[in-house]
Design a protein around this ligand. Structure first.
Ligand SMILES: Cc1ncc(COP(=O)(O)O)c(C=O)c1O
Length: 482
């Protein structure tokens, strides 16, 4: 998409859509926000949306749907087996992702469960560019281990590297030689690597991974949940693709993988998910698990309406003006925060802006969860709900020891076509205020820790009365303002 220039010279992301359905928001007083944090165990996942002003927890299932998606939902074909909604979806998967065999599942992690059930056994190793929480949980649940093989630059926060999600090819080959190809059921590549700040890989890197997979005869699995945005950044950042269409880039990427899976909560602004391949043998290996875990093969746990929305959403992924909206807003927010000195992941990636809690809360030790504390503090002073992506989101090792995250991040997700620019400016304003008052933020400790995916429902408490002190400073500076 061509940038639309303003006569004033200002760099403003211009919306190429209009808003025709709206939802009212509440901005509750700070006293209520503190109560809400106490009720929700200082865990932003456990907040009630009545207390949330701007919900930047995730883009998963929260991207705005288009008029055409809503219309398609009304034409769904309700049938347990053989639904027309399924055949339309199957065709969209083939048209957009270039894979003819499609297995429907109810969301991304259901695909991870099926793939792990089929291929992981005790002692399996899965090399990947970087883990995603649910992918790792399923692999370890079935007795496997993961290896994260990024280049060092991926961990550099203040960077201009265009492809921090690239797999380290030398380390990949080393890992295969160490563990033996027979113990590696698949290599996993994740588009727009979620947990390191929504950072893409290049097509060239994926080609290099493919060459290694071929050399050692190992399957290549692509997590395509955020492939639209990865393709958009490939177009912007990889010379070879600067004149390619989104469709050409998408198909170039998916053609390199034996098996592609995705969360449709992200990829197509809908719900649901899928696994797809052109390899009949792989299809057969996974097919029987869909009716076992998900539902019949023509709905896979999804409602027919969801499938219709997904079909239209997949085709809309080919439209750069749809896909560019979120990354362009993110870049606007990242650049604005960076200009004010707030430590953020650079370059701006996709999915959201990522605050670097390691730096912002350098006075909070990692065992007191600086990113969790920063997410709670931001909600307290603004009603903006972000997500902790640091050690709280990590899982303990097999001996029950804490494993500390490589990065302590607070992700402020920018779902597609949901927020206005003044809302983004409000976020910027409150984050800058919080940064200037960061010394008032204190640590957290767990009071309730579930054994699996603890970050979802875990409960924490502040280790001192820092939330009250932060609230007092807010009131001193903002008076009666919400
Ligand atoms: C890269 C990636 N893979 C898998 C998933 C899991 O998908 P779901 O939430 O639909 O289960 C997500 C969800 O955020 C994701 O970002």
């Amino acid at each position: 998409m061509k940038e639309i220039k303003f006569y004033s010279g200002e760099n403003i992301p211009l919306e190429l859509h209009k808003v025709r359905v709206v939802q009212k928001l509440n901005l509750v007083p700070i006293e209520r926000r503190l109560e809400a944090l106490n009720e929700g165990g200082f865990n932003t996942f456990r907040l009630n949306t009545n207390d949330v002003f701007l919900d930047m927890l995730t883009d998963s299932g929260t991207n705005a749907m288009s008029d055409n998606q809503m219309a398609a939902m009304m034409q769904a074909d309700d049938a347990y087996a053989g639904s027309q909604s399924f055949y339309r979806l199957q065709k969209a998967v083939e048209d957009v992702l270039g894979k003819k065999y499609y297995l429907p599942v109810h969301q991304g992690r259901a695909a991870e469960n099926i793939i792990s059930n089929a291929y992981i056994k005790k002692g399996s190793i899965v090399p990947m560019n970087y883990h995603f929480t649910t992918a790792m949980a399923h692999i370890t649940q079935y007795g496997g281990k993961i290896e994260e093989l990024l280049y060092d630059e991926a961990y550099v926060i203040n960077s201009s590297h265009p492809f921090k999600g690239n797999m380290n090819i030398e380390k990949l080959e080393e890992s295969i030689n160490t563990h033996g190809a027979k113990n590696i059921p698949f290599i996993r590549m994740e588009a727009s690597t979620n947990l390191i700040g929504g950072q893409p890989f290049s097509v060239q890197n994926l080609r290099d991974v493919r060459a290694i997979a071929d050399k050692y005869n190992i399957r290549l699995v692509l997590d395509a949940s955020l492939i639209g945005e990865n393709a958009f950044l490939v177009k912007q950042r990889e010379e070879e693709f600067k004149d390619s269409t989104m469709g050409e880039i998408l198909k170039t990427m998916t053609a390199l993988a034996d098996l592609v899976y995705f969360s449709a909560r992200k990829l197509s602004s809908s719900r649901g998910g899928g696994i797809c391949t052109n390899n009949m043998e792989i299809y057969r290996e996974l097919e029987a698990l869909v009716p076992l875990f998900e539902g019949f093969l023509t709905y896979g746990g999804m409602s027919v309406r969801e499938m219709e929305a997904m079909t239209v959403g997949l085709y809309e992924t080919l439209d750069e003006s749809v896909i560019s909206q979120s990354p362009t807003y993110i870049k606007y927010l990242v650049d604005a925060l960076d200009a004010k000195g707030v430590p953020v992941i650079k370059p701006a990636g996709v999915l959201g802006a990522h605050l670097n809690a390691f730096d912002i809360c350098s006075h909070i030790p990692q065992n007191e969860y600086p990113a969790g504390a920063l997410a709670a503090a931001l909600f307290l002073i603004s009603g903006v709900r972000g997500m902790e992506r640091g050690s709280v989101s990590n899982q303990r090792d097999e001996d029950g020891n804490e494993t500390y995250a490589d990065m302590e991040l607070v992700r402020l997700a920018v779902p597609r076509r949901v927020f206005t620019l003044s809302q983004i400016k409000y976020v910027e304003d409150r984050v800058v205020w919080l940064y200037e008052n960061r010394h008032l933020i204190g640590g957290l400790r767990f009071v309730y820790e579930p054994p699996v995916l603890r970050f979802f429902m875990g409960g924490l408490e502040p280790i001192s009365d820092w939330p009250e002190k932060l609230m007092a400073k807010f009131k001193e500076d903002f008076g009666d303002s919400l």
